[in-house]
Design a protein around this ligand. Structure first.
Ligand code: DX5
Ligand code: ZN
Length: 221
């Protein structure tokens, strides 16, 4: 297993060729996970895709489906997303009054539970559930759109969460999402990130395989 996982965001792929895009990610020089960005037009000011697209992806790909739920009150739909083929479900602390319950529900469904927070939310908001989750996601842009610029203060947030996770002996994945490029991937790994999401940096004009190779090169992998 690689030391830093790469999770391309399908949001930036060509939806008209979803099967082929997933085959590239699953092939030689491909991805560790597929990152699936679900947006509801309420929690974030954009709509992406939902259950039917996840089911379709699941049908054609054995990749780990890492589902990032940018939706209000995610507990309404956790069972449906688990049924549609999610392997991991990540919920925002800002989207529910009951983050602890939502995390418990994901685990009861037999899926990997993730928690995340927007760049403007104090890290303390996730601290009470750090011992319960399999993944913590640091949003390094305001969620809603691919192709935004990395917010520099996110690096320090990764360092702090790395320290908190180590302090409690947690092996949870520490993931970063938003504006990840070959220019900051190394620094993020050094700060303690174990999984990098990348959309536009992977799906450049020369395709996902080349984009992944550029990230692996700076990671020394
Ligand atoms: C942002 C999404 C991200 C996004 C990443 O709302 O959660 O996963 O697609 O795209 P890039 O890497 O282009 O910032
Ligand atoms: Zn995402």
């Amino acid at each position: 297993e690689r030391s830093v996982k790469l999770a391309p965001s399908l949001l930036s792929c060509d939806f008209s060729r979803l099967g082929e895009e997933l085959a590239v990610l699953g092939g030689e020089g491909g991805a560790d996970w597929a990152h699936v960005d679900v947006m509801d037009g309420l929690f974030v000011p954009n709509l992406s895709f939902g259950l039917p697209i996840l089911s379709a992806a699941r049908r054609v790909s054995p990749l780990f489906m890492d589902v990032h739920l940018m939706i209000e009150r995610p507990e309404r739909l956790l069972r449906d997303f688990a049924g549609a083929g999610a392997d991991g479900l990540t919920v925002h602390v800002e989207a529910t009054a009951h983050i602890h319950r939502a995390v418990g529900q994901i685990k009861e469904l037999g899926k990997r539970a993730g928690v995340t927070l927007n760049p403007g939310t104090p890290l303390e908001a996730v601290r009470p559930v750090l011992g319960d989750v399999d993944l913590v996601l640091v949003m390094s842009v305001n969620p809603g759109f691919g192709g935004q610029r990395f917010i520099p203060g996110s690096l320090e947030r990764v360092r702090t969460l790395r320290r908190w996770l180590d302090e409690i002996g947690s092996a949870a994945e520490l993931q970063v999402d938003g504006g990840v490029t070959p220019a900051n991937a190394r620094a993020l790994a050094d700060a303690g990130a174990s999984c990098l999401v990348a959309g536009s940096a992977v799906y450049g004009p020369d395709g996902a395989r080349a984009g992944l190779a550029r990230l692996r090169a700076v990671l020394g992998e």
